[in-house]
Design a protein around this ligand. Sequence first.
Ligand SMILES: Cc1cc2nc3c(=O)[nH]c(=O)nc-3n(C[C@H](O)[C@H](O)[C@H](O)COP(=O)(O)OP(=O)(O)OC[C@H]3O[C@@H](n4cnc5c(N)ncnc54)[C@H](O)[C@@H]3O)c2cc1C
Length: 287
Amino acid sequence: MIPTAFEYFRPANLSEALALLEQYKDEAKLLAGGHSLIPLMKLRLAQPQYVIDLGGVKELSYIRESGEHLLIGAMTRHVDVETSEMLRQRCPLLAETAHRIGDVQVRNMGTIGGSLAHADPAADYPAAILALGAELRAVSTKGERWIRAEDFFVDMLTTALQPGEILVEVKVPALGPRTGTAYVKVAQKASGFALCGVAVVLAVDPNGVCQDVAVGITGIAPKAYRARAVEEALRGRALDASVIANASAKATEGIDPLEDLHASAEYRAHLARVWCRRAIEQARESV
Ligand SMILES: Cc1cc2nc3c(=O)[nH]c(=O)nc-3n(C[C@H](O)[C@H](O)[C@H](O)COP(=O)(O)OP(=O)(O)OC[C@H]3O[C@@H](n4cnc5c(N)ncnc54)[C@H](O)[C@@H]3O)c2cc1C
């Protein structure tokens, strides 16, 4: 289908983009890689009167070190996250997660900011962003604020971003000592989206006892979530097979798994438990 008519803007910098967004408010949509927005517009599920293309806002595309953190600009494409040597060394979970998104065409166009702002329940980044305890910087003409990953995802396709705000940057911690990470996924055959994706960040002491752990799960519920019950069952324990299996059994505790044409709720819950165990094992082996 062809989208409804719209007026197109291509601002050259962030201030211009913010001014346009402020001017056209709810009638406007930001365009990043277009790999979620354009399909929605073609289906006429989104009918913006004004499209503000961030493609010319070069200042939002970067990966930088900042002490013990890494900063990723919102317009950084999946392929650049996937292939960044700095991320591979200092935050391998994010690079690995980007590598698992869709296919080469999708990764060449899609951006980390677009993916997070879209908040698809089956997107990959949200699991990693939650497990990393990332923070997201939002800017409007009125100022800026940092949003914790856990506060960012509000519901299906809904984030904490307010009208007039642009997501500009993602801040993730560099890999700590004796820390392992993993992102594992069961993909929908056609699109590559996650039926179930589990991200784990795990720190162990020299005896293999879990000092700290964070588990982010996507694909299962209307929004990605931290599996707190799993984390609590691992913290302070030696990570043997039975501890990991018992903890993983809690992967959907307090969650109502989605049911759709791709998978029943029961199957999704099963996937969450099994792939949670595999992700924890893989993270432990990578320490
Ligand atoms: C065939 C196919 C397969 C895919 N497979 C996967 C997959 O396996 N895993 C996965 O995670 N994703 C998958 N995707 C989605 C892909 O990763 C998209 O790139 C991503 O969801 C959206 O990013 P984008 O840069 O294309 O954003 P766009 O489509 O341009 O924008 C998406 C939404 O975010 C808003 N937005 C964009 N940037 C900002 C910003 N900086 N601040 C505030 N709002 C903003 C837009 O207004 C729009 O509402 C797939 C897409 C396709 C078409």
